[in-house]
Design a protein around this ligand. Structure first.
Ligand SMILES: *Cc1c(COP(=O)(O)O)cnc(C)c1O
Length: 302
């Protein structure tokens, strides 16, 4: 909300984002009075940049690419499209913290990058917290003011603002967490590579996304597409493996979005919502636990 408002997004505007993102991306757009316009995703579960231009209208103001699951969208191409059409880019890098695209971190390509330290994220804050980053001094000053009641100082306001301040305890915890981010991402990558290697053997039933050497994914979520998804997840859950689905009903099919009567169909996002399964990949997993997981998946398909 803060990043969109700083760019002047308001009622009547349109903002483009991915059809499979978490509700917050679209909710923020709507909270600014604007309309979310969804674009379908590619086989890496990221916004398909080749489909963006068809969704741009005179009302479009911003593109919000999402680092979905900690994967990496084709951010250089998205920035090019935005430049060509004089649009701003806000990166929803909530799941991309610590990742890289060609040696550069998510959240540093667009006008503003957004991060979340919600308890389920790679770095958390013992409670809720978030972070924005920008190179734009004007946007930075505006956002700092707006999130603190528009105050210039104790006795003067420059604009009407609200309270979006982060609490000190959360700041302290996040700052400690950030010191460990590289190690955490490294461990998650090792776990993901272990799973990739062993799950490849079941390529008749399991589709693993292609891994691009230019990218350092964060594996906020380890997502694969599988046959007999619903049966598999039941079986894994019964065996105490915390497999999940992100999400069984994609954003483009959620009730408030359907009200827009958008004729555009996000085919891949809908198909993926029927096939995706998220397996544990976090930094506290042991090798035995991963072996156990692979064993159960092997048993299931045999
Ligand atoms: C978690 C998440 C959010 C929301 O973060 P909050 O801290 O709950 O506001 C937004 N977008 C994406 C992609 C996320 O993963």
């Amino acid at each position: 909300i803060l990043s969109l408002k700083s760019l002047g997004v308001k009622s009547g505007d349109e903002v483009i984002t991915a059809a499979n993102t978490f509700y917050a991306t679209a909710g923020a757009i709507v909270a600014c009075g604007a309309k979310p316009v969804l674009v379908d995703v590619n086989d890496n579960y990221q916004i398909d940049e080749t489909l963006i231009e068809k969704r741009i209208t005179k009302k479009t103001k911003v593109i919000i690419p999402v680092y979905w699951g900690g994967g990496i969208p084709n951010i250089d191409k998205i920035i090019k499209i935005a430049k060509k059409h004089s649009l701003n880019v806000i990166e929803d890098s909530c799941m991309g913290i610590g990742g890289k695209f060609k040696k550069r971190h998510p959240g540093t390509f667009g006008d503003i990058g957004c991060f979340s330290f919600h308890p389920l994220k790679t770095i958390n804050a013992i409670g809720d917290a978030g972070m924005l980053c920008t190179n734009n001094k004007k946007l930075y000053e505006w956002m700092k003011k707006y999130r603190n009641h528009g105050m210039r100082d104790r006795d003067n306001i420059d604009l009407w603002g609200i309270n979006m301040r982060m609490q000190p305890l959360q700041c302290v915890v996040v700052l400690e967490g950030l010191k460990k981010i590289n190690k955490v991402i490294q461990t998650r990558n090792l776990n993901a590579m272990y799973l990739d290697t062993h799950l490849k053997k079941f390529n008749k039933f399991i589709k693993i996304p292609e891994r691009n050497k230019d990218n350092l994914e964060t594996f906020a979520l380890y997502m694969i597409r599988v046959e007999k998804r619903d049966k598999l997840i039941n079986y894994l859950n019964k065996n105490n493996i915390e497999a999940k689905i992100h999400y069984p009903k994609p954003l483009c099919l959620q009730k408030p979005y359907l009200k827009y009567n958008d004729k555009y169909v996000s085919k891949n996002a809908i198909q993926q919502s029927k096939e995706l399964i998220t397996l544990p990949v976090h930094q506290y997993l042991s090798k035995d636990q991963m072996k156990f997981m692979i064993n159960k998946i092997s048993k299931f398909y045999n």
